[in-house]
Design a protein around this ligand. Structure first.
Ligand code: XBP
Ligand code: MG
Length: 220
């Protein structure tokens, strides 16, 4: 008996990485007077590191800055990046993936609740879910509330705890290897849909890998 569907946000519900987060990170670099820039391919590699602040710190260290300097710079830049991301969302730059609205509608119509488990920061996740989906998610757990980001199962476990739903009655929807690992580590069945950034990711932990959210196999 299916009780809950738990969605990832970045790359799953929305195409947010290339024209959203990446652009916001680059704008934050520029504003801070730094010459660092992330092109599409570089950002694709850095996506393996979940969490914007950790991604920044790892990048700064790779460019020769000390660990302490890297962490400080990353925290400052990530705060500014989050504000810029909020502005991009307000400006309507971040869109639902094709099929997302229809899929959510079909799930709700069958009496199943929809929830969110993401590694992203609450300050942009909330306005995005409001703007792109009219806040139809019952439980929203973000990277801000959990101690460990994906591939840790922490965000998924917190959704299960808050809803009281046993893992066998829930399904996760993901787009990346880190996301599938997080869902599987929470004992959830996982459906996955690749996007251009995760086309080489190993999603073999998922029960089904769909072509997109509009793939009829997903609702079957
Ligand atoms: C998303 C992430 C996040 C976003 C950026 O992974 O790893 O770091 O890229 O958002 P998932 P923040 O889709 O598995 O949740 O800058 O707020 O971290
Ligand atoms: Mg994702």
């Amino acid at each position: 008996r299916l009780e809950a569907v738990i969605f990832d946000v970045d790359g799953t519900l929305v195409d947010s990485e290339r024209d959203g987060h990446r652009v916001a990170f680059n704008a934050a670099f520029e504003e801070a007077g730094l010459s660092d820039r992330w092109d599409v391919a570089t950002y694709g590699r850095l996506l393996k590191i979940t969490g914007g602040a950790k991604r920044l710190a790892s990048w700064f260290e790779s460019t020769g800055r000390s660990p302490i300097e890297s962490t400080e710079l990353a925290e400052r830049l990530h705060k500014r990046k989050t504000q810029i991301m909020r502005r991009l969302i307000e400006d309507g730059q971040v869109h639902a993936r094709p099929g997302a609205h229809q899929l959510i509608h079909q799930i709700e119509a069958s009496g199943v609740q929809v929830h969110v488990a993401t590694t992203g920061t609450r300050a942009w996740v909330e306005p995005l879910l409001e703007r792109a989906f009219g806040n139809r998610f019952h439980t929203v757990v973000t990277g801000t509330e959990v101690p460990d980001l994906k591939p840790s199962p922490a965000a998924y476990l917190e959704v299960l705890r808050r809803t009281g739903c046993p893992p066998e009655d829930a399904v996760a929807v993901e787009d990346s290897a880190n996301g599938v690992r997080a869902a599987v580590a929470a004992d959830l069945r996982c459906l996955a849909a690749h996007n251009p950034y995760t086309c080489d990711d190993d999603l073999s932990g998922a029960e089904l890998v769909a072509k997109g959210l509009d793939d009829p196999a997903l609702v079957a």
